[in-house]
Design a protein around this ligand. Structure first.
Ligand code: GLP
Length: 241
């Protein structure tokens, strides 16, 4: 595991952004996994700036979103599909047919999970961007999720529901109580993981993720077992290491 600590958020974003842009430039086809949440937004802005300055094109990129709310159509303004579109995809030249996501509004969610799992098997993810949730989750793999799990529906923990208020929901009752997510096993198949964390509130979580026991009780601890992972932290998130 490579752990990098940056003294400025902008430098962290530029490092992750440039690492991925480099990969995209050097390959005919690049498959990138995208996370929602506030942490990667600076990286997405870096992608947009790089595209606008003609430094990179995303036409050879296949995108896979990590997770979604159950019960929201992809076009719902609070869906993760909409968030990724608004924060990134609508500002770059990625081809719409290359954007892949779980659809949380399908009647048969088991079938939807199987579809997505198979699609990822057929298009292995080269680089997966990850953040860490306030209960240690990755994507929407809540504590207790199997470490080798595939795409599945989850009951969101209270902490995750409350965190969703940061993503534009006005009332807690509006937040869906279930999510659908790539499993930990799915995420671990990505060839490289880039885990990002920022801010003091993530400091104890980061410590446990890197040095704690690898356990389903703290899903992000699984990254210790991945052969190629870069953890990118700002100074505050690294303050307990
Ligand atoms: C969310 C998402 C995750 C994200 C995490 C951290 O609930 N499901 O994919 O990485 O929680 O979010 P943030 O970056 O806003 O702290």
């Amino acid at each position: 595991m490579k752990i990098l600590v940056f003294d400025e958020e902008k430098k962290l974003d530029a490092y992750v952004g440039e690492t991925i842009c480099d990969f995209i430039r050097q390959h005919d086809q690049a498959t990138i996994g995208f996370a929602t949440g506030s942490t990667p937004l600076g990286v997405y802005q870096y992608f947009i700036d790089s595209y606008q300055n003609h430094k990179v094109s995303f036409q050879n990129v296949q995108a896979f979103n990590l997770d979604e709310y159950v019960g929201l159509k992809p076009e719902h303004p609070r869906s993760f599909a909409s968030a990724m579109k608004n924060e990134l995809f609508s500002h770059i030249d990625i081809l719409p047919e290359n954007i892949n996501a779980l659809d949380g509004s399908k009647e048969d969610m088991d079938e939807e999970c199987q579809r997505y799992e198979t699609l990822i098997e057929q298009n292995p993810i080269d680089i997966q961007i990850l953040g860490i949730g306030m209960d240690g989750h990755i994507a929407y793999n809540e504590p207790g999720s199997p470490l080798d799990g595939a795409c599945h529906v989850v009951n969101l923990h209270q902490e995750s529901i409350e965190s969703s208020l940061d993503y534009g929901f006005d009332h807690i009752e509006d937040v869906p109580t279930q999510g659908v997510t790539q499993g930990i096993g799915t995420i671990m198949k990505a060839k490289q993981l880039i885990m990002m964390a920022k801010g003091e509130k993530k400091a104890d979580l980061v410590k446990r993720m890197i040095y704690g026991e690898v356990t389903p009780d703290f899903p992000s601890s699984i990254i210790q077992r991945h052969p190629s992972v870069i953890v990118c932290l700002d100074r505050n998130a690294a303050s307990q290491l």
